[in-house]
Ligand binder design. Structure first.
Ligand code: ZN
Length: 85
């Protein structure tokens, strides 16, 4: 059985749901990167382009990211350094 990307199957290869993975969002004007980290240690990045620049980030989404950041124990510093100034 061929392994599929979590973004295609909705589940990590370990079986955990995609929505349970820790997610960090990096946005620029035209691109959006979603960094995912599953509890099993699997990490993957989703790159989205052609997003609507007028599409706002929902406050719920921001809150969720901060909640997950608060309990994240990985190398978050490296990710944070890649945020736009
Ligand atoms: Zn996993």
């Amino acid at each position: 059985m061929q392994k599929s990307k979590p973004t295609e199957t909705g589940k990590c290869n370990c079986g955990r749901r995609l929505k349970d993975a820790t997610v960090f969002i990096y946005r620029s004007h035209t691109d959006r990167y979603l960094f995912h980290r599953c509890e099993c240690g699997t990490e993957w990045t989703e790159h989205q382009t052609d997003i609507d620049p007028m599409d706002p980030v929902s406050s719920d989404e921001v809150i969720e990211v901060h909640k997950r950041l608060a309990k994240f124990e990985g190398s978050i510093a490296e990710l944070l350094e890649r945020r736009p100034a």
